[in-house]
Ligand binder design. Sequence first.
Ligand SMILES: Nc1ncnc2c1ncn2[C@@H]1O[C@H](COP(=O)(O)OP(=O)(O)OP(=O)(O)O)[C@@H](O)[C@H]1O
Ligand SMILES: [Mg+2]
Length: 146
Amino acid sequence: MNKTIIARTPAEMEEIGANLAPTMDNRMVISLIGPLGSGKTTLVKGLARGLLVTDIVVSPSYLLAREYQGRIALHHIDAYRISTLEELAEVGLDELLPPTSGVTAVEWPSRVEGIVDLSDIIVRIELLDHQARRVGISGGQHFGTS
Ligand SMILES: Nc1ncnc2c1ncn2[C@@H]1O[C@H](COP(=O)(O)OP(=O)(O)OP(=O)(O)O)[C@@H](O)[C@H]1O
Ligand SMILES: [Mg+2]
């Protein structure tokens, strides 16, 4: 998978996430790369909806991570304040990565060396004019193998 979609509104960004949900299998990792306020959490809200999560998804920034139950459990990690896999393990978040059951969505994955490489799907969001965002979706090197 390698495609680019323009999201003109937050609702369109959510829709992109919702449309990704059926392509997600257990133990897949999705990395969300993009600047502050670009819509990473907004996309995860849609992903959660598509995974039939009924809780309201909020940014995990201050808690680092949250877990939601749906068709598949959704682990939502914000790695903004984490810099190594060791640090991730120290705060217990390595338990939210495969082989743990569920889908794991990671905001700021590039902060932790190794996360982007182990991702099945990589979403790159760029800010365009006005409210528009360019959203690139690609299968990571493990896509389709898990
Ligand atoms: N086209 C769009 N797609 C997504 N969000 C948009 C769009 N246009 C405006 N917004 C607004 O931009 C903000 C995106 O916030 P969101 O929390 O999803 O970003 P984020 O990338 O997770 O930020 P952070 O890096 O702080 O976690 C929201 O306030 C949303 O309403
Ligand atoms: Mg966010």
